[in-house]
Write a protein that binds this ligand. Structure first.
Ligand SMILES: [Zn+2]
Ligand SMILES: [Zn+2]
Length: 112
């Protein structure tokens, strides 16, 4: 699973075609957000911006987080997210960017 860290200060960044980042996440993951991926306790209410901890290529991704975890100003410790929980911020414009990175060394698949 990819190791990611929270990216602070992203409140003003919006997906130009989705109402919110949580909507963006739902649109591309096609499942319900479920629990916050950091505390795994509260329901996920927002789509939080994260980046890869390993192999960071300046791309940002969305994972479902609770309001509390997302509003932390500092970077939280790195955390693991499942591959399917990890939606590229540019997914709505995927055809405009080459993001052919499905062969990442830090990615593994398991049906847990
Ligand atoms: Zn979108
Ligand atoms: Zn949380």
């Amino acid at each position: 699973m990819p190791v990611v860290v929270n990216v602070p200060g992203t409140e003003n960044i919006k997906c130009s075609c989705c109402e919110s980042w949580l909507e963006h996440w739902k649109k591309h993951s096609k499942v319900e957000p479920g629990k916050c991926r950091i505390c795994r306790n509260a329901d996920a209410e927002v789509g939080g911006h994260v980046k890869r901890f390993i192999n960071d290529r300046g791309q940002m991704f969305i994972v479902p987080l609770c309001q509390k975890c997302n509003s932390r100003k500092e970077q939280v410790d790195s955390f693991l997210v499942a591959q399917e929980d990890f939606i590229y911020t540019g997914a709505c414009f995927e055809d405009l960017t080459d993001i052919s990175d499905t062969d990442d060394a830090d990615t593994e698949f398991c049906d847990g």
